[in-house]
Design a protein around this ligand. Structure first.
Ligand code: ZN
Ligand code: ZN
Ligand code: ZN
Length: 276
């Protein structure tokens, strides 16, 4: 399995639009890995996670071949993860003939996607399936087994996160969640031990504030990692990645790397690819 991080920021990007705080000014100055677009990921070039307003920009930047992408998992309806208006790009004649893109989303995102599909001339180019936490299902080509978990995040956005299995490898993509709700641990234990776990780290190093509900930081990541290891959900070989950063966490990419390295955590950046 391979994950490619197309975007790694929270809603406002890094540097945040309009902002002149220290993190934004320093990130603007250095460029490179400090610059982050909004969070989106691609698995094996065929399974997309989230569909935000940076999707067109990511498609151009990484030269994404959409003929290979059949499925898209939506984590929740916040605009840095789902831009419903851009569903119209799939319709005729804004785009011409292409394969069907199958979306999966919990209630609020499901309704927003279904509304767009009903509104435009889709000719079966997009479908949407409603998912609920606890659901276990296969994507359209039966390639990926997916487990839906409850996220600790703004309730109105019907937040979930996903465990993904393919060819005996397991990935946990857990963003826009605070420390996991208790019920998730038993579900994760049943699913198996993970090869890569990508954790929300909106609060960066967590200096001055824990970031426990809604989002996490390094401090709360370490708590979750300890619990995952204790329950056998993560093992010695599990790769941990911190992702979905905000300037409000208070550190740039370069400032986070040495601190995260002490705990063996990889700091995500736009374009990062990890095969496992
Ligand atoms: Zn977000
Ligand atoms: Zn800023
Ligand atoms: Zn969110």
């Amino acid at each position: 399995m391979k994950i490619k991080y197309l975007g790694t920021a929270a809603y406002e990007g890094v540097p945040a639009l309009y902002c002149k705080c220290r993190v934004c000014t320093e990130s603007f100055r250095t460029g490179g890995r400090a610059l982050r677009s909004r969070s989106q990921a691609l698995i094996d070039e065929s399974l997309l996670i989230d569909y935000n307003a940076d999707t067109v920009c990511h498609s151009l930047r990484y030269r994404i071949d959409w003929e290979k992408i059949g499925d898209c998992l939506i984590t929740h309806s916040h605009s840095d993860h789902l831009c419903p208006a851009d569903l119209e790009i799939l319709s005729d004649p804004i785009s011409h003939e292409h394969r069907t893109l199958h979306f999966y989303s919990a209630q609020d995102g499901y309704e927003k996607i279904a509304e767009q599909i009903a509104l435009h001339k889709m000719q079966n180019r997009a479908t949407v399936t409603l998912v609920r936490h606890g659901d276990l299902f296969y994507t359209s080509q039966k390639k990926y087994k997916i487990l839906v978990l409850r996220a600790n995040h703004a309730l109105a956005s019907t937040p979930v996160f996903y465990a993904i299995e393919c060819g005996g490898k397991r990935l946990l993509y857990a963003h826009d969640t605070g420390v996991f709700p208790e019920e998730d641990y038993a579900l994760l234990q049943n699913f198996g031990c993970f090869d890569l776990i990508s954790l929300d780290c909106t609060g960066c190093l967590g200096i001055g504030w824990d970031w426990r509900d809604g989002h996490m930081s390094l401090k709360t990541n370490l708590e979750v990692m300890e619990r995952l290891r204790r329950e056998g959900i993560a093992g010695d070989k599990t790769i941990f990645v911190a992702n979905h950063f905000s300037h409000n966490g208070g550190q740039t990419y370069d400032e986070m790397v040495p601190e995260m390295a002490k705990y063996g955590i990889v700091v995500a950046y736009d374009g990062l690819e990890i095969a496992f």
